[in-house]
Design a protein around this ligand. Structure first.
Ligand SMILES: Nc1ncnc2c1ncn2[C@@H]1O[C@H](COP(=O)(O)OP(=O)(O)OP(=O)(O)O)[C@@H](O)[C@H]1O
Length: 309
């Protein structure tokens, strides 16, 4: 498979010497949805801004469908749509003119049928003659998306698309992303909402302190994380795991009065019945049982904490 977006050892050092991106290499396939996760200040916006030509590249290379973003800026940029994090729109312009104008900026000929399709898809058609200033925050965000889609980009960047939006718009946004993917558009989104990555991404990348810590197929990641823990609370306090329970790979809980057992939810058998029988046979008294499922959030927190250490 060939990458539509290829990022090679991309670096950014801001004036003053701060290294915001420390050599990121990443290939993104046509039609995939990649979610970039990372804490505040990780470098996500810096990465997107360089790819979109808003911030200068300190070092490294980016190509979009084979066009170098620096040497062939116009050709590369016309393939990209960007929905920025911050809302910056002309307040007294109408929705229709705002979106039409965006298309013109990319040297594309006027295509009112396309603009109408985009506005209808984003439930903005009945607002086409409304001035931006009279729109709600959520509507303004839809206008940003319409602008980004006005010139029919093949790669769409969504920088925190659902930050501060209501549940309905979030669902609409997810639906729209699925429709765009079906049309073969490649989508890269940054998000703080891990459930968003779980819901719509094909692959997940984690950035921390300017470094890409991991990029992985979401399903593989979820399969690896398909682990559950069961904590068996005991009436007794133990100093060590009893030898008769050694086959279960148990951990002793803090305080010595619980046993922690990790099992694979995808496995044929969980081994829980055997464990509980063995606990009882060992003469221990069961007080309570709790289960806990690891999530993408746990992995993310572990990775980022590991990167900080
Ligand atoms: N123009 C600038 N000059 C100097 N430092 C900057 C500039 N822009 C960003 N930074 C710094 O670069 C780092 C990365 O910022 P960036 O906005 O890329 O992070 P982010 O991952 O998008 O964060 P968030 O989730 O908060 O949007 C931060 O430490 C930020 O303070």
């Amino acid at each position: 498979m060939s990458a539509i977006l290829s990022i090679r050892d991309l670096r950014k050092t801001y004036d003053g010497g701060f290294e915001a991106l420390k050599g990121v290499t990443l290939d993104i396939e046509k039609g995939e949805i990649l979610a970039l996760l990372g804490p505040n200040g990780a470098g996500k916006t810096t990465l997107i801004s360089m790819v979109c030509g808003i911030t200068t590249i300190s070092d490294g290379q980016v190509t979009v469908d084979g066009h170098d973003i620096q040497a062939e800026f116009r050709a590369a940029r016309s393939l990209i749509g960007l929905v920025p994090q911050e809302i910056a729109l002309q307040p007294f312009e109408t929705v229709l003119n705002t979106v039409r104008f965006s298309r013109g900026l990319f040297g594309k000929s006027r295509d009112d049928a396309h603009i109408e399709r985009v506005l209808r898809k984003l439930s903005l058609w009945d607002k086409k003659d409304t001035q931006i200033t009279a729109l709600s925050g959520g509507m303004k965000r839809r206008v940003l998306i319409a602008k980004a889609l006005s010139h029919e980009p093949r790669v769409l960047f969504l920088d925190e698309p659902t930050a501060g939006v209501d549940v309905e718009l979030r669902r609409d946004m997810w639906g729209m992303v699925a429709d765009l993917k079906a049309d073969g558009v490649t989508i890269i989104l940054t998000t703080h909402y891990i459930e968003e990555a779980e819901a719509i991404a094909d692959r997940v990348g984690v950035i921390n302190k300017g470094e890409l810590l991991l990029v992985q197929d979401k399903d593989t990641l979820m399969a690896q994380m398909g682990k559950k823990q069961i904590e068996v609370q005991l009436a007794e306090t133990l100093n060590a795991i009893p030898p008769v329970l050694s086959d279960f790979g148990l951990r002793l809980g803090a305080g010595g009065n619980s046993l922690i057992y990790t099992y694979d939810t995808k496995g044929e058998r969980t081994g829980i019945t055997g464990l509980l029988n063995a606990v009882s046979n060992a003469g221990l008294t069961l007080r309570d049982v709790q289960t806990r499922q690891s999530s993408l959030e746990d992995i993310f927190v572990d990775l980022v904490a590991g990167g900080t250490a």
